[in-house]
Design a protein around this ligand. Structure first.
Ligand SMILES: Nc1ncnc2c1ncn2[C@@H]1O[C@H](COP(=O)(O)OP(=O)(O)OP(=O)(O)O)[C@@H](O)[C@H]1O
Ligand SMILES: [Mg+2]
Length: 330
């Protein structure tokens, strides 16, 4: 067999896609997998850029390469493309560019499944803890309150000023404790979310924050007629909780605006604050101890969505999460 034949049969039986294009982005040669992954027509000479408009990330990179004419090497890892997840690597060759394309859908799904399982176990623990606290400690506080009332009666008509003061302060402490415990239990597992959905749960959360008087929280929602599935609702709720928590901890903000908007095939959660802001790029450079933003990434990944956090010193924070709903993809 001639070398050319060997090369050709190797090229066509490779377990990944190969597409080579000339300097004008016209396809010089491609194997079957390459054409299948990118939905390319089989004739040579077609324009690659014009054929991959349905894969925006690849389209964008190829256009950049065509514009800049320098440093054409790039890697796109696990990008959504034609219903699959593809890893596409582009390298310069003497006549143009060569793209190698690997289907990583299975490993992406496995990763998503593992994240789901991990987060579900975490939620299950929270649910248990919430029930324990609510059902175990709640009644104890009520009993102490009853005993305190009974003690007042025991002390008769004229208890000393001192005793009255002590009882008053104990009563106040119990009230605070009871509110705190309800808040903790709520935060661990918002029953209102399970019973009435995400909009009700966020309304409830905002109401509790507004009553604390620390910050003004505005909540706006649109198109949320149908309930999301519980996994998505819980994920978005946890994300909102963490974003709000960060604002309360760091931002010194006066106002938080939260929006929840349903689009035909996705749902978008936007949170913005008017606080001191920060430089997100700094976090990537210098690893820090916090895990809140990382957890948001994990949750968004497990829901197959996207997370964008924009902030600058003095300009507040704008966080946008988009999650695909049934039949949708982001
Ligand atoms: N709304 C915000 N305003 C100002 N700075 C913020 C805001 N949100 C986050 N940051 C900055 O980003 C950092 C990372 O946030 P992240 O939630 O990952 O960690 P953390 O809140 O410090 O810890 P953890 O969430 O694990 O309790 C914070 O330490 C803070 O410096
Ligand atoms: Mg945090």
């Amino acid at each position: 067999m001639e070398l050319k034949e060997i090369l050709e049969s190797t090229f066509h039986s490779l377990p990944y896609g190969i597409v080579a294009v000339d300097k004008n982005n016209h396809v010089l040669l491609s194997n079957e997998l390459g054409r299948a992954y990118l939905h390319l027509p089989s004739q040579a000479g077609v324009s690659l850029i014009e054929s991959v408009e349905n894969i925006p990330e690849l389209d964008h990179r190829l256009r950049e390469v065509a514009k800049n004419k320098q440093n054409p090497a790039f890697d796109l890892l696990a990008i959504p493309a034609n219903g699959l997840f593809l890893t596409i690597r582009c390298r310069p060759i003497s006549q143009g560019l060569a793209l190698s394309i690997i289907d990583v859908t299975r490993s992406k799904q496995t990763e998503r499944h593992m994240l789901h399982t991990m987060l579900e176990a975490q939620e299950e623990q929270r649910r248990k803890l919430s029930t324990e606290i609510h059902d175990g400690i709640g009644p104890l506080i009520s009993t102490i309150k009853l005993n305190l009332d009974a003690l007042k009666l025991e002390l008769g008509q004229k208890p000393s000023q001192q005793a009255l003061k002590m009882m008053e302060s104990m009563s106040e402490l119990l009230q605070t404790m009871s509110t705190e415990i309800r808040n903790i239990s709520h935060n661990l597992m918002p029953n209102v979310l399970v019973d009435f959905g995400l909009v009700a749960a966020l309304e409830n959360l905002c109401h509790r924050l507004n009553s604390s008087g620390k910050v003004q929280v505005n909540f706006f929602h649109s198109g949320m007629r149908e309930r999301l599935d519980l996994k998505q609702a819980l994920g978005l709720y946890r994300i909102a909780q963490e974003l709000i928590n960060n604002t309360l901890k760091y931002a010194q903000a006066n106002t938080i605006n939260i929006q929840l908007i349903k689009h035909p095939s996705s749902v978008v959660l936007v949170m913005e604050d008017d606080g001191i802001g920060f430089d997100p790029a700094q976090l990537e450079k210098a690893p820090h101890k916090g895990i809140g933003l990382q957890n948001i990434q994990t949750r968004v990944k497990s829901l197959g969505g996207t997370f964008l956090l924009e902030s600058q010193h003095g300009k507040g924070v704008l966080a946008t999460v988009e999650v695909p709903t049934k039949n949708g993809s982001v």
